[in-house]
Design a protein around this ligand. Structure first.
Ligand SMILES: [Cu+2]
Length: 157
């Protein structure tokens, strides 16, 4: 092989790798390898009640199924994962161990379905307040979100 041919071959081999840093930057932006939480809110509790619920949409952008395993907040003693099901024509609320979010999918915690039960409020939550909630998922994923309290009048039903 002549030196010229060798240099040409080398430049061809090196050209793609020379672009690779850009490719890496782009792919790390496009492939969001993370769990994201959006549209979170806490229901303003009825007066004299120390229990309320929190809702949100959890999106799983990772390659694995991820499950929400527990949650806590400074404003309450306990946060439980709950689900409302229709059992024999009755709406029944029960505790669940975890909430699974499929890879590439999302789960909506909403009134009448999955929710975070916020138990033992340490202060009265009013519309406009902000509540910080720590979420613990499988695969050692943790998220801290700060979500608004919605006044009861703003919620249908
Ligand atoms: Cu509940």
């Amino acid at each position: 092989m002549t030196n010229f041919a060798y240099a040409l071959l080398l430049s061809l081999i090196l050209a793609p790798s020379g672009l690779r840093p850009f490719g890496l930057v782009n792919s790390s932006v496009e492939i969001e390898d993370d769990v994201t939480v959006r549209d979170g809110w806490v229901q303003e509790g009825p007066p004299s009640q120390t229990i309320t619920a929190a809702f949100m949409v959890i999106e799983n952008h990772t390659a694995n199924e991820v499950s929400l395993q527990s949650a806590d907040t400074d404003v309450a003693k306990v946060v439980e994962l709950h689900k409302i099901d229709l059992v024999d024509g009755m709406m029944r609320m029960h505790r669940v161990d975890s909430i699974d979010i499929p890879s590439g999918g999302s789960v909506e915690l909403k009134p009448g379905g999955y929710h975070l039960m916020v138990i033992g409020l340490k202060k009265v939550l009013k519309g406009g307040d902000k509540v910080t909630v720590n979420l613990k998922f499988s695969h050692d994923i943790r998220k801290t979100i700060t979500i608004p309290v919605k006044p009861r009048t703003a919620v249908a039903g």
